[in-house]
Design a protein. Structure first.
Length: 171
């Protein structure tokens, strides 16, 4: 669900022909009607929304849509991202999308999705990223690598390492 609205994005698992993993259906839960279907050439790995943007993550691309018109605002070519790893801030003031920048090291690309441009690249870890999340206000990004021993928190506006916490457990 998108905040307190009735907009729901549904992607099929592929068990039935009508529920393809390459098709995204935007559904109004109040009327019970499909608003729009978006079809892609490859499987959809992740979907993120806020009040203004719809983000669709494929293995080698990310699509940014305007939520009101459902027109493509930008297409981002990405490194192979088989897990659909991404982070998206719901804030409209600092609305960022984070995607892996490499398959061999732990760096992330941060895109300003309201203005559709690359904000910065953060080199967070030596090994590939396993997880990342943006704070709800879009000020911070936390990253963890596949090694799983360190979570790093960066200030997005400065694109600098702000705080590092070390954990002994694998994430």
């Amino acid at each position: 669900m998108l905040f307190s609205s009735n907009l729901l994005a549904i992607v099929g698992a592929g068990h039935q022909p009508s529920l393809s993993p390459r098709r995204l259906c935007l559904f109004n839960t109040t009327t019970g009607a499909a608003l729009r279907e978006l079809n892609f050439l490859t499987s959809i790995l992740a979907v993120r929304m806020n009040r203004q943007r719809l983000i669709v993550i494929l293995q080698d691309k990310a699509y940014i849509y305007g939520i009101n018109s459902l027109t493509i605002l930008d297409t981002i070519d990405t490194v192979p991202n088989i897990k659909g790893l991404c982070a998206f801030s719901p804030s409209l003031d600092a609305c960022y999308l984070a995607l892996p920048a490499s398959t061999t090291k732990g760096s992330a690309l941060l895109y300003n999705v309201m203005e559709c441009h690359l904000h910065c690249e953060i080199e967070a870890h030596r090994s590939p990223l396993a997880a990342m999340v943006l704070s709800s206000n879009g000020m911070y990004i936390a990253t963890a690598s596949e090694q799983g021993t360190i979570i790093r928190v960066h200030l997005v506006s400065d694109a600098t390492k702000n705080q590092t916490d070390v954990f002994s457990a694998v994430i």
